[in-house]
Every structure is written in structure tokens, then in C-alpha cells.
Design a protein around this ligand. Structure first.
Ligand code: NAD
Length: 253
């Protein structure tokens, strides 16, 4: 039980990486606030956790809205009296080169992926400082570090997360707050499936990408969740301001 008596918020917990991580955190003893904009899928996550006798509750939240994010933290404190762990993980991907990206698409991507992290940290840090410290984990992407076709707004948003995480780690270390990023490679989630389904020849695209991995495969959500658990626990007690790339060697050649 690495997270016994801890209170954790997981955004984007209705699907993919967030859902798997919420379940893993709960299995390790945390009370998990399941945050998502989609009620149905997030409630399924909560049900699956409660069925195992573990603790979770759902807060419908749009991470791009400051008022929603402020309420998310306030309701967590109201229910549990503290906040130990924030996993800023909700995100979207619009796959386009910059010339074809509209202003609305740029704003939507940056507002959810990057501004969502800003709001999460802005409202959680005072609660964490009041409680004697805390842990922030942000989901960036391997596209914060390397290029891939047609990912202008997405890669910009993820690069911003890496820089913001470093800054938070620096500014709040003296308050016993640690902040780190995970940069996943392709992980088999609904987001990845939607991306490949939208391609003209999904099988050819999947082969194009898997061939770029030394390990010749995509990752599983649990392979990200296990790293999130490591960063959320005392196992990583001297790690802050770092990016952990979890990408099967995608960026090493
Ligand atoms: P996913 O689409 O399966 O899950 C994302 C979740 O975020 C969904 O439940 C969705 O409803 C929620 N969400 C979207 N907009 C929201 C908003 N405004 N407010 C609250 N919730 C919102 O995707 P995933 O693959 O699990 O992605 C999780 C994170 O991992 C994202 O930040 C993504 O960019 C990142 N990532 C994914 C991959 C991959 O290959 N799957 C690779 C690198 C990084």
C-alpha cells in the first residue's frame, strides 16, 4: 500500500491512462477524486474502484475552466480535508500541421492541455502548502521532445507542460512539493485509437509508428500508471522537476 491515507486527484480519469492510474492509486490505498468532462465514462471508473471496496468519487470538471478547477480543489478539501497528489493528465490531440490549424483548434488544445495544468497547479498548491506538502505529476508527451508529423498545437502544449513543471518544482520545493512529468510514447488508449482510425490507412500508419520503436510495440496504460505511482509515492522522494520518458526507446535514435 504505497498511497495509504493519501488523497489524489486524477484528471482525465474517465479513460485510458487516467482511468488505469486512478484504479492503481485506489488499489494502493488512496482516496481518488475521478475528474473528467465526460460523466458516463468517469462514473464507470468510480464504479470499478468501489466494486473492489476502494474509495473514489467523481467530479465533473472541465480542466480548461478556472472556475471548475477551483471548485474541484475546494470540493476535494471539503470531502477529505486535504490534497496530497494531483495528476494533471486530461488532454486532447488535434493532429494538424500549423498552416491548417485554426485559431479555435490552437486555443482548444492549449486551453485543455496546458492551461488545464496551470489551473490545476494554481489551485492545488495552496492546499498542498497548507497541508505540509504534496506531489504534482503532469502528463506531457514524447512530442514535447521530438517531432512527429502534423502535431503543431499538441507538441507546443506538451513542451509547455515540461517547462511549467520544472518551474513549479523550483518555486515550491521549499514547501515540500515535488513536481514531475511523464512523457509517454504511443499508448494504446481511446485517444491513440481515434488518431489511427482517422488516418487514411490506419494499419500502414500503425506500422510506420511501431517501426520507429526499438521495442517494436506501443505501450499499455498500466506502463504509464506504474510510473505515476512511483512518482506519487515515497519511492521517488528525491526526484523533482524531472521528465520521465516512458516510450520504449522511441527518442533514443
Ligand atoms: P484518452 O482520450 O483515452 O483520455 C483522456 C481523457 O481526458 C478522456 O476521458 C477525456 O474525456 C478527458 N478530457 C478531455 N478534455 C477534458 C477536459 N476539458 N476536462 C476534463 N477532462 C477532459 O487519452 P489518453 O491517451 O489516456 O491520454 C491521457 C494523457 O496522456 C493526455 O494528456 C495525452 O495527451 C497524453 N498522452 C497520450 C499518449 C497516447 O498515445 N495515448 C501519448 C502521449 C501523451
Amino acid at each position: 500500500m504505497k498511497l495509504k491515507n493519501k488523497v489524489a486527484i486524477v484528471t482525465g480519469a474517465g479513460s485510458g491512462i487516467g482511468r488505469t492510474t486512478a484504479r492503481m492509486f485506489a488499489a494502493e490505498g488512496a482516496s481518488v477524486v475521478v475528474v473528467d468532462i465526460e460523466k458516463k465514462t468517469a462514473e464507470e471508473t468510480v464504479d470499478s474502484i468501489r466494486k473492489r471496496g476502494q474509495d473514489a468519487f467523481f467530479l465533473r470538471t472541465d480542466v480548461s475552466k478556472g472556475s471548475d478547477m477551483e471548485a474541484m480543489v475546494a470540493q476535494t478539501i471539503q470531502k477529505y480535508g486535504k490534497l496530497d497528489i494531483l495528476f494533471n493528465n486530461a488532454g486532447i490531440d488535434i493532429a494538424k500541421p500549423i498552416v491548417e490549424t485554426t485559431e479555435a483548434e490552437w486555443d482548444r488544445t492549449l486551453n485543455i492541455n496546458l492551461k488545464g495544468v496551470f489551473w490545476g497547479c494554481k489551485f492545488s498548491l495552496p492546499a498542498m502548502m497548507d497541508g505540509g506538502g504534496g506531489i504534482i505529476i503532469n502528463t506531457a508527451s514524447i512530442l514535447a521532445h521530438v517531432a512527429s508529423p502534423n502535431q503543431a498545437a499538441y507538441s507546443a502544449s506538451k513542451g509547455g507542460i515540461v517547462a511549467l513543471t520544472r518551474q513549479i518544482a523550483y518555486d515550491y520545493a521549499s514547501y515540500n512539493v515535488r513536481a514531475n512529468c511523464i512523457s509517454p510514447g504511443d499508448i494504446m488508449t481511446p485517444m491513440a485509437k481515434n488518431f489511427f482510425d482517422s488516418c487514411e490507412d490506419p494499419e500502414e500508419r500503425m506500422k510506420f509508428f511501431t517501426d520507429r520503436y526499438p521495442m517494436k510495440r506501443f505501450g499499455e496504460p498500466s506502463e504509464i500508471a506504474r510510473v505515476a505511482l512511483f512518482l506519487a509515492s515515497d519511492d521517488s522522494s528525491f526526484i523533482t522537476g524531472q521528465v520521465i520518458k516512458v516510450e520504449g526507446g522511441f527518442s533514443i535514435w
